[in-house]
Ligand binder design. Sequence first.
Ligand code: PEP
Length: 251
Amino acid sequence: MRKNIVAGNWKMNTTLPEGIKLAEEVNAALKGFSAKCDVVICVPFTHLASINNVIDKELLGLGAENCANHVKGAYTGEVSAPMVASTGATYVILGHSERRQYYGETSETLREKVRLALDNNLTPIFCVGEVLEERENGSYFEVVKCQLEEGLFNLSAEEFGKIILAYEPVWAIGTGKTATDDQAQEMHAFIRKTIEEKYGKEVAENTSILYGGSCKPSNAAALFAKPDVDGGLIGGAALEAESFMGIVKAF
Ligand code: PEP
């Protein structure tokens, strides 16, 4: 059975002391509360090892926000999947629209990153989603299908079974403009159907598909109530323990 998951994406926010404090607050809030979903925080590289030491991994998963498309070597400034794994992290966000848009990440690069993540026992949280223009000109199904095919469909069914997907309409990220729960459901059902066509019903049914884009405590319950929405990837609202927990509690 697929899992319900709420994952935070802290992006380039918090200094190390601030990040440790936030992780400790989320961890404390999860103690004595039986969450009906897996909870994960994806944090800056600089924070991983320290946060790994202060959280209870039974309660709270830890991930990076990216990794390199090479294992090691002369790539100044890059952080590899083995490096991420060596901190204790077990998840990595790949293909976030901000990486695609500002750092020119292509499907080819992403295939390499996914391969290295899997080789190092990191669970990729793989992001797909259309920009506003594509939503408005009606090409959004095609765009998302292409991102799935080019980024992931080289994987075997067994490998694909290890991926968590996040549908993040770019026009909804950090804008306060959430996709309606019906828009999210429509795309999530389409994504599941696309997976089924490639890998069969069992793989499709077992894939967790998270929604991301201005998800907050006030709209999370309606989104998560949709049959194909298995949780959320949360940006802004993950930066305070109270609002992040408000979303966790929406399940
Ligand atoms: C994100 O960037 O993954 C995201 C969902 O951001 P926000 O929740 O701030 O829209």
